[in-house]
Write a protein that binds this ligand. Structure first.
Ligand SMILES: NC(=O)c1ccc[n+]([C@@H]2O[C@H](COP(=O)([O-])OP(=O)(O)OC[C@H]3O[C@@H](n4cnc5c(N)ncnc54)[C@H](O)[C@@H]3O)[C@@H](O)[C@H]2O)c1
Length: 297
């Protein structure tokens, strides 16, 4: 706890950290958490890089933004680094979440234990279907949509998850924003409009599959040597480490054709492949970049 307080204090005085680095912090957090669980006290940038699927140079650069330079020959203090990253990501306090639309997807998400273990507490489930009201999912009872405002206020919720059909999503979003929600995770296949100051992230697994399909197609059309397509390598293990390396951790777990695809969208806004570090498990990949006052397409 002292470690966390120290880290939170340091975070308050921080300079701005690049968005690409912020996107990689959940990956480091996951690796460090696993090391801490095994009572590992220090870690080298090389070990961290290998586990997170990127180069050690990038790890060192990223961590330098947090004021963590490590000790030569020793590495980084795992607990301290955990605290710094948690502070940077605002994870030193639990976040409450409201989920709207408790159908197939909403059920799966609401019952996902990984949210709580990472500091996200689903405190309210909302739906319009009278048959769902009162049902308990993950220990939380489904409430009527009409109770949204009261539940958001009572639980000081700032994050909303939308799992409704697309046709209902914008209205639900507007209502969430009016109720005080300032961050939205949208699963509905629709681009949401939100006022400035509200962040939206969109998850679309179909986009992920389409991108995997793209890579499958490229693998097949890649020039074969002796009848075998050239091997693909993960960015983190690429010799030299630089060529084709992405700043986005969502690409870190993807094997790609050696030449890499042409632009698949603007970094941070386009569809990217892989597993998002902060949302692995029930929510994987397909998270488009967050934008203040609008949704990435
Ligand atoms: N992003 C992805 O990768 C992904 C994957 C699967 C589904 N989806 C999308 O997620 C959404 C939910 O899919 P599903 O399979 O769970 O559908 P579903 O029909 O099983 O569930 C939708 C739920 O939303 C509720 N609902 C409808 N209108 C509402 C409103 N105005 N307010 C509150 N609740 C409302 C319904 O009563 C229902 O319980 C859909 O938009 C679907 O396209 C996205």
């Amino acid at each position: 706890m002292t470690e966390l307080r120290r880290a939170a204090g340091a975070a308050r005085g921080r300079s701005s950290v690049p968005e690409a680095t912020v996107a990689r912090l959940p990956l480091y957090l996951r690796v460090l958490t696993s090391l801490a669980d095994r009572a590992v006290r220090t870690v080298s940038s090389e070990t961290l890089a290998k586990a997170a699927g990127m180069t050690s140079a990038k790890v060192r650069k990223d961590l330098s933004y947090l004021g963590s330079y490590g000790t030569r020959g020793v590495g980084y203090d795992v607990d301290f680094l955990l605290g710094r990253i948690a502070a940077e990501l605002g994870l030193t306090e639990d976040r409450t979440v409201v989920l709207v639309g408790v159908g197939n997807l909403g059920h799966a998400l609401a019952g996902y234990a990984g949210f709580r273990s990472r500091g996200f507490r689903v405190v309210a489930l909302l739906d319009v279907d009278p048959d769902r009201i009162g049902e308990s999912v993950g220990g939380v009872a489904v409430s009527p949509l009409d109770e949204m405002e009261a539940l958001v206020e009572r639980n000081q919720v700032t994050i909303g998850v939308i799992c409704t059909p697309a046709a209902a999503a914008q209205a639900v979003c507007d209502r969430l924003v009016s109720a005080g929600i300032t961050s939205i995770l949208n699963f509905a296949p629709i681009a949401l409009s939100v006022p400035v100051g509200v962040d939206v992230r969109k998850v679309d697994l179909a986009v992920e599959l389409q991108i995997l399909s793209f890579h499958e197609a490229r693998k097949r059309s890649a020039p074969a040597t002796g009848g075998v397509a050239a091997p693909t390598r993960s960015p983190g293990r690429r010799a030299g480490g630089r060529s084709g390396e992405s700043d986005d951790p969502r690409l870190a777990m993807v094997t790609r054709a050696p030449t890499g695809p042409p632009t698949l969208g603007t970094r941070g806004t386009g569809p990217l492949v892989g597993t998002t570090g902060g949302t692995s498990g029930a929510v994987t990949g397909a998270v488009t970049g967050a934008k203040t006052g609008g949704e990435a397409s």
